[in-house]
Design a binder for this molecule. Structure first.
Ligand code: PHE
Length: 340
């Protein structure tokens, strides 16, 4: 028995030296301490030991078992230490490395300008309403005082979706939709995409407009110019002012073209204002009495003002962009420049 135990201890030490991982350790346990392991084998061998020697032999086997278990615990601790060190090494963070920066996105220049315009008018008490991009002829033209076959239809090259259904050519249809739902006082902005069959360096078949509508008692051109003055100052700086020139829109009478004094040269004349000191920024006017009537509002009691701002035009002026196409190509090198 002594001999067997010594051989077992020798073999166990030899195997212990080779244990490097949890898996190997588990195999080691099976081999020596498992139910059918070597130590259990020694116990079974007791049967063959003469009766009087059994107590002593049993004691030796138990000592051997305790020793093997202690050896196993020792190996276990050792392997846990090795694995922890390996994990620490793998997960080590070099705090002297430069950090990985998270890139900040920014808003599209059209969105930036749209937000600026909304902010400027929200401060004057305007709400925002959005109408549909696919519009019926009635809202886009007829009730805006442009009946079928009226020559003013040629002012805008229209995309027809079906007979009497168009991709809206202007946000002015929003005026009708708002006045249908709400009675004066009305103060509303209508932003949105509009579509016209037109394309060159300053025109795109899809672009954005911001319609403004105010209806109340005693609304005049003075109210219009006062509001627009505030608006251009919020966008282009405190020093700028507006100028109204006579124009024509079928749904306003009188109609005006609104210029802003050149924010680049202060009005002295420069390439941006083509040496005139003024830059055209939007169309506007006093809402035509027929349009009010078309929406069930009595033009003898109420009057209104309306304006239509081209958002791309303002963005191009504000940021010095010379080709409208840049706004729609989604070239990140271009878009990243606009942080407001
Ligand atoms: N809807 C006009 C256009 O697209 C602009 C406009 C709006 C003019 C409101 C006057 C009043 O050209």
């Amino acid at each position: 028995m002594e001999e067997k135990i010594r051989a077992l201890k020798e073999q166990l030490e030899a195997d212990a030296a080779g244990v490097r991982s949890k898996e190997e350790l588990s195999a080691f346990w099976q081999k020596y301490l498992g139910k059918n392991g070597s130590v259990a084998g020694l116990m079974k061998g007791l049967r063959d030991v003469p009766k009087e020697e059994r107590p002593a032999a049993g004691k030796t086997i138990n000592e051997c078992k305790a020793w093997a278990e202690a050896r196993y615990q020792q190996l276990n601790a050792e392997i846990e230490r090795i694995e922890l060190e390996a994990r620490n090494r793998a997960e080590a963070v070099d705090i002297t490395l430069p950090g990985t920066r998270r890139e900040m996105g920014n808003l599209h220049p059209i969105t930036l300008v749209k937000n600026r315009i909304v902010d400027a008018f929200a401060g004057m008490g305007f709400d925002v309403y959005e109408g549909p991009e696919i519009e019926d002829d009635d809202h886009n033209f007829t009730r805006l005082n442009v009946p079928k076959n009226h020559p003013a239809r040629d002012m805008q090259d229209t995309f027809y979706v079906a007979e009497d259904i168009v991709l809206r050519t202007q946000t002015s249809g929003g005026q009708i939709r708002v006045m249908d739902r709400q009675k004066p006082p009305i103060k509303v902005l209508v932003p949105g995409r509009v579509f016209r069959s037109d394309s060159d360096a300053t025109h795109s078949p899809m672009f954005h407009q911001m319609e403004g509508l105010v209806v109340d008692r005693h609304i005049t051109l003075c109210d219009l110019q006062g509001m627009l003055d505030q608006f251009v100052q919020a966008l282009f700086g405190a020093g700028v002012k507006t100028r109204l020139r006579p124009s024509y829109f079928p749904f306003t009478e009188p109609s005006v073209e609104v210029d802003v004094s050149c924010f680049e040269c202060g009005g002295k004349g420069c390439p941006l204002c083509k040496h005139t000191g003024w830059i055209e920024v939007l169309g506007a006017g006093i809402v035509h009495h027929s349009v009010l009537e078309n929406c069930g509002i009595d033009p003898n009691v109420y009057s209104g003002l309306a304006f239509g701002i081209g958002i791309e035009r303002i963005a191009m002026l504000k940021y010095g962009i010379n080709n409208i196409g840049l706004l729609f190509e989604n070239d990140l090198r271009f878009l990243k420049q606009f942080k407001d």
